[in-house]
Write a protein that binds this ligand. Structure first.
Ligand code: SAM
Length: 273
């Protein structure tokens, strides 16, 4: 399978798999539903598979592209060049609050979308979660397995640290399954589009997000073990009892509220101690 699409040879280090299936592209743009006047931001526009149809709908779109050649191509785009604000930068390092200042409606929120490079998709989502109060919604193409993990409920095989942390920040809605053939070159795995809607208020009150992350990491790093063992550096069996949690439970059966209760208990206990 050729790695060249529209005269550009895909660069593996930038996670370049370009969408070329018009039906799939149409479904993604329908899911995003871009409207005039919105603060639209695309991460990784590449050769414009999503950029072009979105620009058909609106007069302004900000795109963040790390590949210098692709950013240059977009700058000279024959039809939509004037609609685009091109940020030639690593999206992982971008301050999205600063970006909002330059948007059509700086008092509003961002609508972020992209067919993400799979090698950076999880850190990029977490980077964006740190700006979630400025984000209305996000639509991302990800590995299907990652979408399953983001959306998983307690008790399911895919449920883990990513599910708990993502669901702390957002409502997670899987939107569309996308097969490898929709891309050039085709990736080795199935893909899916997910909609992430940041909560207006957190679903659980937390004293410390980093502590929730640490407790989840400890519990899921040893997911076969009971929480009495995997969380022994954080809580004793007796303390789990005080929280109404069974010491013989495994991480995969605990809800976000349970993890938050453990993290808050540890924070309070250590504050007092
Ligand atoms: N949107 C296009 C499409 O659907 O065909 C391209 C998608 S391709 C999977 C990922 C795009 O993200 C590429 O254009 C790549 O150069 C760009 N990219 C990779 N790493 C990036 C980063 N850290 N920040 C911004 N863009 C990045």
């Amino acid at each position: 399978m050729s790695k060249t699409h529209l005269g550009h040879t895909a660069r593996k280090r930038f996670g370049q798999n370009f969408l070329h299936d018009d039906y799939v592209i149409g479904n993604i743009v329908n899911a995003i539903n871009p409207q005039e006047g919105e603060n639209l931001v695309e991460i990784g526009p590449g050769l414009g598979a999503l950029t072009d149809p979105v620009c058909e709908e609106v007069s302004k779109l900000t795109v963040v592209e790390l590949d210098r050649d692709l950013a240059d191509r977009l700058r000279h785009h024959p039809f939509h060049g004037t609609k685009l604000t091109i940020v030639e930068q690593d999206a992982l390092k971008l301050d999205f609050t600063d970006l909002l200042e330059q948007m059509p409606n700086p008092k509003g929120k961002l609508r972020v979308f992209g067919n993400l490079p799979y090698n950076i998709s999880t850190p990029l989502m977490f980077h964006l979660f740190s700006f979630s109060s400025h984000v209305h919604d996000m639509h991302f193409m990800l590995q299907k397995e990652v979408v399953n993990r983001l959306a998983a409920a307690p008790g399911s095989k895919s449920y883990g640290r990513l599910s708990v942390m993502a669901q702390y920040y957002c409502t997670v809605i899987p939107v569309l399954h996308v097969p490898p053939e929709a891309f050039k070159p085709p990736p080795k795995v199935d893909s899916a589009v997910v909609r992430l809607i940041p909560h207006s208020a957190p679903p659980v009150a937390l004293k410390s997000v980093p502590l929730l992350e640490k407790v989840c990491a400890a519990a899921f790093n040893q997911r076969r073990k009971t929480i009495r063992n995997s969380l022994k550096d954080y809580v004793s069996e007796e303390e789990l009892g005080q929280l109404d949690l069974s010491a013989t439970a495994r991480a995969e059966t605990l809800s976000l509220a349970d993890f938050a209760a453990i993290a808050n208990f540890v924070a309070e206990r250590d504050e007092v101690a």
